[in-house]
Write a protein that binds this ligand. Structure first.
Ligand SMILES: [Ca+2]
Ligand SMILES: [Ca+2]
Ligand SMILES: [Ca+2]
Length: 276
Protein backbone atom coordinates (compact mmCIF):
# COMPACT_ATOMS: atom_id res chain seq x y z
CA UNK A 1 0.00 0.00 0.00
CA UNK A 2 2.77 2.37 1.06
CA UNK A 3 4.77 1.52 -2.06
CA UNK A 4 1.73 2.13 -4.23
CA UNK A 5 1.20 5.55 -2.65
CA UNK A 6 4.82 6.50 -3.28
CA UNK A 7 4.55 5.43 -6.92
CA UNK A 8 1.38 7.50 -7.26
CA UNK A 9 3.02 10.59 -5.79
CA UNK A 10 6.13 10.21 -7.94
CA UNK A 11 4.00 9.72 -11.07
CA UNK A 12 2.00 12.80 -10.20
CA UNK A 13 5.15 14.88 -9.72
CA UNK A 14 6.61 13.67 -13.02
CA UNK A 15 3.39 14.56 -14.81
CA UNK A 16 3.41 17.95 -13.16
CA UNK A 17 6.99 18.59 -14.30
CA UNK A 18 6.24 17.51 -17.86
CA UNK A 19 3.29 19.83 -18.03
CA UNK A 20 4.96 22.96 -16.70
CA UNK A 21 4.56 25.53 -19.47
CA UNK A 22 7.70 27.33 -20.58
CA UNK A 23 6.91 30.82 -19.40
CA UNK A 24 8.40 33.53 -21.59
CA UNK A 25 10.85 31.12 -23.14
CA UNK A 26 13.37 33.16 -25.08
CA UNK A 27 15.07 31.90 -28.18
CA UNK A 28 18.45 33.55 -27.94
CA UNK A 29 20.16 35.50 -30.68
CA UNK A 30 23.83 34.77 -31.37
CA UNK A 31 25.96 36.70 -28.87
CA UNK A 32 29.45 35.97 -30.23
CA UNK A 33 30.54 39.25 -31.82
CA UNK A 34 27.38 41.09 -30.85
CA UNK A 35 28.04 44.82 -30.49
CA UNK A 36 24.54 46.20 -30.04
CA UNK A 37 20.95 44.96 -30.00
CA UNK A 38 17.99 47.32 -30.15
CA UNK A 39 14.88 45.27 -29.42
CA UNK A 40 12.78 48.46 -29.40
CA UNK A 41 10.64 46.77 -26.80
CA UNK A 42 8.75 49.33 -24.75
CA UNK A 43 10.92 49.07 -21.63
CA UNK A 44 13.95 50.13 -23.72
CA UNK A 45 12.34 53.10 -25.50
CA UNK A 46 11.52 56.67 -24.48
CA UNK A 47 9.95 57.55 -27.76
CA UNK A 48 10.63 61.29 -27.72
CA UNK A 49 14.19 60.77 -26.52
CA UNK A 50 16.05 57.54 -27.13
CA UNK A 51 16.17 53.77 -27.43
CA UNK A 52 18.66 51.67 -25.49
CA UNK A 53 20.51 48.66 -26.84
CA UNK A 54 19.91 45.72 -24.50
CA UNK A 55 23.36 44.18 -24.92
CA UNK A 56 25.86 47.01 -24.54
CA UNK A 57 23.66 49.84 -23.33
CA UNK A 58 24.37 52.05 -26.32
CA UNK A 59 21.89 54.90 -26.69
CA UNK A 60 20.22 55.78 -29.97
CA UNK A 61 18.78 59.29 -29.84
CA UNK A 62 15.47 60.03 -31.51
CA UNK A 63 15.11 62.57 -34.29
CA UNK A 64 11.73 63.57 -35.72
CA UNK A 65 8.58 61.93 -34.42
CA UNK A 66 8.78 58.16 -34.84
CA UNK A 67 6.18 56.13 -32.95
CA UNK A 68 6.56 53.23 -30.56
CA UNK A 69 4.33 50.66 -32.27
CA UNK A 70 2.38 48.13 -30.24
CA UNK A 71 3.43 44.48 -30.13
CA UNK A 72 0.45 43.44 -32.24
CA UNK A 73 1.91 45.50 -35.12
CA UNK A 74 5.48 44.28 -34.60
CA UNK A 75 7.59 41.16 -34.90
CA UNK A 76 8.98 40.60 -31.41
CA UNK A 77 7.49 42.76 -28.69
CA UNK A 78 7.22 46.44 -29.62
CA UNK A 79 9.02 48.18 -32.49
CA UNK A 80 9.43 51.58 -34.15
CA UNK A 81 7.28 53.13 -36.88
CA UNK A 82 9.02 55.70 -39.12
CA UNK A 83 6.84 58.05 -41.18
CA UNK A 84 9.43 58.89 -43.87
CA UNK A 85 9.69 62.51 -42.85
CA UNK A 86 12.56 63.38 -40.55
CA UNK A 87 12.40 60.24 -38.41
CA UNK A 88 15.59 58.41 -37.56
CA UNK A 89 17.73 57.18 -34.67
CA UNK A 90 21.36 58.19 -34.27
CA UNK A 91 23.57 55.95 -32.15
CA UNK A 92 25.73 57.81 -29.64
CA UNK A 93 29.23 56.32 -29.57
CA UNK A 94 31.09 55.55 -26.37
CA UNK A 95 34.70 55.47 -25.21
CA UNK A 96 36.37 53.23 -26.15
CA UNK A 97 34.55 53.53 -29.44
CA UNK A 98 32.04 50.85 -30.32
CA UNK A 99 30.99 52.48 -33.61
CA UNK A 100 33.89 54.59 -34.95
CA UNK A 101 36.41 51.75 -34.85
CA UNK A 102 37.96 49.35 -37.32
CA UNK A 103 35.44 46.82 -38.57
CA UNK A 104 37.38 43.84 -39.91
CA UNK A 105 34.01 42.18 -40.39
CA UNK A 106 30.43 43.29 -39.81
CA UNK A 107 26.84 42.07 -39.75
CA UNK A 108 23.72 44.25 -39.85
CA UNK A 109 20.45 42.50 -39.06
CA UNK A 110 16.86 43.60 -38.55
CA UNK A 111 13.23 42.96 -39.21
CA UNK A 112 11.49 45.56 -41.31
CA UNK A 113 8.02 46.15 -42.72
CA UNK A 114 7.96 48.85 -45.39
CA UNK A 115 4.67 50.68 -45.84
CA UNK A 116 5.37 52.74 -48.94
CA UNK A 117 8.05 53.63 -51.48
CA UNK A 118 9.12 57.17 -52.28
CA UNK A 119 11.05 56.99 -55.53
CA UNK A 120 14.49 57.27 -53.96
CA UNK A 121 17.18 55.62 -51.87
CA UNK A 122 16.17 54.58 -48.38
CA UNK A 123 18.41 53.31 -45.62
CA UNK A 124 16.95 50.96 -43.05
CA UNK A 125 20.29 50.73 -41.22
CA UNK A 126 23.42 52.67 -42.14
CA UNK A 127 26.98 52.66 -40.84
CA UNK A 128 28.64 55.45 -42.78
CA UNK A 129 30.95 58.44 -42.60
CA UNK A 130 28.52 61.06 -43.92
CA UNK A 131 29.01 63.65 -45.19
CA UNK A 132 32.37 62.36 -46.50
CA UNK A 133 30.62 59.30 -47.94
CA UNK A 134 33.77 57.23 -48.49
CA UNK A 135 32.68 54.36 -46.21
CA UNK A 136 29.22 52.82 -46.11
CA UNK A 137 27.66 49.57 -44.99
CA UNK A 138 23.88 49.77 -45.30
CA UNK A 139 20.76 47.69 -45.58
CA UNK A 140 18.95 49.76 -48.18
CA UNK A 141 16.39 49.84 -50.94
CA UNK A 142 15.99 52.09 -53.95
CA UNK A 143 12.52 52.46 -55.37
CA UNK A 144 13.75 54.51 -58.32
CA UNK A 145 15.86 51.64 -59.62
CA UNK A 146 13.71 48.86 -58.15
CA UNK A 147 16.40 47.35 -55.93
CA UNK A 148 17.22 46.30 -52.40
CA UNK A 149 20.31 44.86 -50.82
CA UNK A 150 23.45 45.36 -48.79
CA UNK A 151 25.43 48.38 -49.94
CA UNK A 152 29.15 48.27 -49.16
CA UNK A 153 31.53 51.07 -50.05
CA UNK A 154 35.08 51.13 -48.75
CA UNK A 155 38.63 51.59 -50.02
CA UNK A 156 37.50 52.68 -53.45
CA UNK A 157 35.44 49.49 -53.89
CA UNK A 158 31.67 49.58 -53.90
CA UNK A 159 28.67 47.41 -54.49
CA UNK A 160 27.36 47.77 -58.03
CA UNK A 161 23.64 48.30 -57.75
CA UNK A 162 22.74 46.63 -61.03
CA UNK A 163 24.68 43.45 -60.21
CA UNK A 164 24.80 43.06 -56.46
CA UNK A 165 21.29 43.86 -55.34
CA UNK A 166 18.00 42.06 -55.56
CA UNK A 167 16.50 43.50 -58.73
CA UNK A 168 12.99 44.22 -57.56
CA UNK A 169 11.30 46.76 -55.34
CA UNK A 170 11.49 45.77 -51.72
CA UNK A 171 8.25 43.90 -50.92
CA UNK A 172 5.68 46.14 -49.23
CA UNK A 173 3.49 45.51 -46.19
CA UNK A 174 5.12 42.31 -45.12
CA UNK A 175 7.72 41.54 -42.48
CA UNK A 176 11.16 40.89 -43.93
CA UNK A 177 14.16 39.56 -42.05
CA UNK A 178 17.18 41.28 -43.61
CA UNK A 179 20.81 40.49 -42.89
CA UNK A 180 23.95 41.88 -44.50
CA UNK A 181 27.34 40.37 -43.71
CA UNK A 182 30.77 41.54 -44.87
CA UNK A 183 34.04 39.84 -43.96
CA UNK A 184 36.44 42.17 -45.74
CA UNK A 185 36.04 40.28 -49.01
CA UNK A 186 32.58 38.80 -49.46
CA UNK A 187 29.32 40.67 -48.98
CA UNK A 188 26.24 38.52 -48.39
CA UNK A 189 22.64 39.66 -48.31
CA UNK A 190 20.02 37.39 -46.75
CA UNK A 191 16.27 37.82 -47.06
CA UNK A 192 14.07 35.80 -44.72
CA UNK A 193 16.98 33.51 -43.85
CA UNK A 194 17.95 32.74 -47.43
CA UNK A 195 21.07 34.01 -49.19
CA UNK A 196 19.70 36.37 -51.84
CA UNK A 197 22.95 37.91 -53.14
CA UNK A 198 26.65 37.30 -52.66
CA UNK A 199 29.52 39.13 -54.26
CA UNK A 200 33.12 40.19 -53.73
CA UNK A 201 34.04 43.59 -52.37
CA UNK A 202 37.72 42.88 -51.74
CA UNK A 203 38.49 46.07 -49.86
CA UNK A 204 39.45 44.71 -46.44
CA UNK A 205 38.32 46.29 -43.21
CA UNK A 206 36.12 49.32 -42.82
CA UNK A 207 38.62 51.60 -41.10
CA UNK A 208 37.74 53.91 -38.23
CA UNK A 209 37.41 57.62 -38.85
CA UNK A 210 34.08 59.40 -38.88
CA UNK A 211 31.96 56.24 -38.74
CA UNK A 212 28.43 56.78 -37.45
CA UNK A 213 25.47 54.44 -37.08
CA UNK A 214 21.85 55.26 -37.76
CA UNK A 215 18.47 53.59 -38.08
CA UNK A 216 15.88 54.82 -40.58
CA UNK A 217 18.01 57.28 -42.57
CA UNK A 218 21.61 58.19 -43.36
CA UNK A 219 23.72 58.93 -40.31
CA UNK A 220 23.66 62.68 -40.98
CA UNK A 221 19.87 62.65 -40.97
CA UNK A 222 19.58 64.22 -44.40
CA UNK A 223 15.92 63.18 -44.54
CA UNK A 224 16.74 62.12 -48.10
CA UNK A 225 17.02 58.40 -47.31
CA UNK A 226 14.28 58.21 -44.65
CA UNK A 227 12.15 55.06 -44.63
CA UNK A 228 8.39 54.68 -44.29
CA UNK A 229 7.71 51.61 -42.21
CA UNK A 230 8.61 49.57 -39.14
CA UNK A 231 11.97 48.40 -37.82
CA UNK A 232 12.28 45.74 -35.14
CA UNK A 233 15.10 43.75 -33.49
CA UNK A 234 18.14 45.49 -34.94
CA UNK A 235 21.45 43.78 -34.18
CA UNK A 236 24.98 44.71 -35.22
CA UNK A 237 27.96 42.34 -34.97
CA UNK A 238 31.70 42.80 -35.46
CA UNK A 239 31.97 39.63 -37.49
CA UNK A 240 30.16 38.08 -40.45
CA UNK A 241 27.49 35.70 -39.21
CA UNK A 242 27.27 32.31 -40.92
CA UNK A 243 24.18 31.18 -42.81
CA UNK A 244 23.27 28.93 -39.87
CA UNK A 245 23.57 31.85 -37.46
CA UNK A 246 21.37 33.97 -39.71
CA UNK A 247 18.78 31.19 -39.54
CA UNK A 248 19.09 31.02 -35.78
CA UNK A 249 18.61 34.76 -35.42
CA UNK A 250 15.54 34.79 -37.60
CA UNK A 251 13.82 32.84 -34.84
CA UNK A 252 15.41 34.77 -31.99
CA UNK A 253 13.23 36.60 -29.50
CA UNK A 254 15.89 37.96 -27.18
CA UNK A 255 19.10 36.90 -25.50
CA UNK A 256 19.74 33.62 -23.68
CA UNK A 257 22.11 35.13 -21.18
CA UNK A 258 21.66 38.50 -19.55
CA UNK A 259 24.60 40.80 -20.14
CA UNK A 260 26.95 41.36 -17.23
CA UNK A 261 26.04 44.09 -14.79
CA UNK A 262 28.25 46.75 -16.34
CA UNK A 263 26.13 46.68 -19.44
CA UNK A 264 22.82 48.11 -18.35
CA UNK A 265 19.96 47.91 -15.96
CA UNK A 266 17.06 46.74 -18.06
CA UNK A 267 14.81 44.43 -16.10
CA UNK A 268 15.34 41.13 -17.81
CA UNK A 269 12.08 39.67 -16.63
CA UNK A 270 10.35 42.23 -18.79
CA UNK A 271 12.07 41.23 -21.98
CA UNK A 272 9.71 38.65 -23.27
CA UNK A 273 8.66 37.30 -26.56
CA UNK A 274 5.45 37.99 -28.39
CA UNK A 275 6.19 36.96 -31.91
CA UNK A 276 3.38 37.26 -34.35
CA1 LIG B 1 10.93 44.44 -30.54
CA1 LIG C 1 8.18 62.46 -38.99
CA1 LIG D 1 10.17 51.27 -57.99
Amino acid sequence: MFKKTIICIVSFLVMLLLNVPKVNAIKGAVEDGLVGYWSFNKETVKIQESAQDIFSGLIATVNGDPELASASDCKVGECILFDGNGDYFFVEDTLPAKIDRDWNEITLECWTYINALDDSWNRIISLDDQPTNSKVVSLYYDDDDNRHGLFVKVGGEATQAAEHTVLEDIPLEEWLHLVGTYDGTVANYYVNGKLAKTHNVPAGKIPKGGLQLSIGDRSDGCNCDAIQGYVDEFRIYDRALTAAEVQNNMDATGLDVAPTSNHLSVTWAHIKSSKR
